[in-house]
Design a protein around this ligand. Structure first.
Ligand code: WAQ
Ligand code: MG
Length: 253
């Protein structure tokens, strides 16, 4: 039996009562791994650079193994930039290549740069009209039910490339699931962790890391998913939030 274990934590109360998001994480594991994972996730909620959570929610569900989908990880590239302004310009240029319209791009950056509370999920925008599709602005869509296919292979592969920190693996899993969704054409992300300034843009088969997407010390981050026009948003939401996906990292070449 496989289980989905998910943690979300906030400060100043639960998310749904206006608390500010501190951290979230999740795994897909076997029964004998649950206890250890529970410990690890509680530890992450209590010891985070954004502060000590006063609300922690841990949820465990069983999964129907035959419904789990397996997808290949995106290819990773990295670009070094001198400043976050340069990083955001590069991000925009990549998103233009991905077919995102000027108006959708403006909206994406205006929304992310204007956040006063971190969201727990991502903003979803129509890639052409810029129309916002996610339904609860303070929450967005939260990608869930995902993990790596083979934990050891994934870790060894990323470590060998100097990408052994947990942010990379978690973001690569999320980004690979996101781009495997029907309708999604690109993603823009930077972390809300004050000490983590690398972000990424993903589209096609590639996860483009950009070494500075915000100022060191900033506690604000976020994600935007761009969908093709006329995409059925409910299908996208269902895939991202409810369907289980395992991502193969380091399995080929
Ligand atoms: N689903 C949707 N949105 C999410 C999720 C999720 N499961 N988790 C986080 N977010 C949103 C939310 O608005 C967060 O505030 C924001 O993304 C940033 O989340 O070096 O660490 O977990 O290659 O802080 C990317 C670069 C790191 C990694 C991203 O994001 C690398 C990161 P964080
Ligand atoms: Mg974070």
């Amino acid at each position: 039996m496989l289980y989905s274990i998910r943690m979300r934590s906030a400060i100043n109360g639960p998310h749904e009562e206006g608390g500010s998001h501190i951290s979230g994480a999740e795994r897909i594991v076997r029964e004998e791994e649950l206890e250890e994972l529970g410990k690890e996730l509680i530890n992450r909620a209590l010891h985070h650079s954004k502060g000590k959570a006063d609300f922690i929610n841990i949820r465990i569900d069983t999964l129907e193994e035959e419904k789990i989908q397996v997808v290949e990880a995106l290819h990773i590239t990295s670009s070094e930039v001198e400043s976050y302004e340069e990083g955001r310009l590069l991000g925009k240029a990549l998103l233009v290549k991905a077919g995102i319209s000027e108006i959708a791009l403006e909206k994406a950056f205006t929304l992310l740069e204007g956040l006063s509370l971190n969201m727990r999920g991502a903003i979803v925008l129509d890639a052409i009209t810029g129309e916002r599709l996610d339904e609860i602005p303070s929450r967005g869509v939260r990608v869930s039910h995902m993990d790596v296919w083979d934990k050891k292979k994934a870790r060894d592969n990323l470590e060998a490339r100097g990408l052994g920190n947990i942010h990379v693996q978690e973001a690569l899993v999320l980004a690979s699931k996101v781009l495997s969704s029907p309708g999604i054409v690109a993603e823009l992300c930077w972390s809300d962790d004050p000490d983590y300034v690398t972000g990424y843009v993903s589209y096609g088969q590639t996860y483009h890391r950009i070494t500075k997407m915000k100022n060191y010390g900033s506690p604000m981050g976020g994600r935007v998913f761009f969908v093709a026009s006329h995409t059925d948003y409910e299908k996208v939401r269902h895939y991202l939030e409810e369907e289980s996906v395992l991502v193969r990292i380091g399995e080929k070449g």
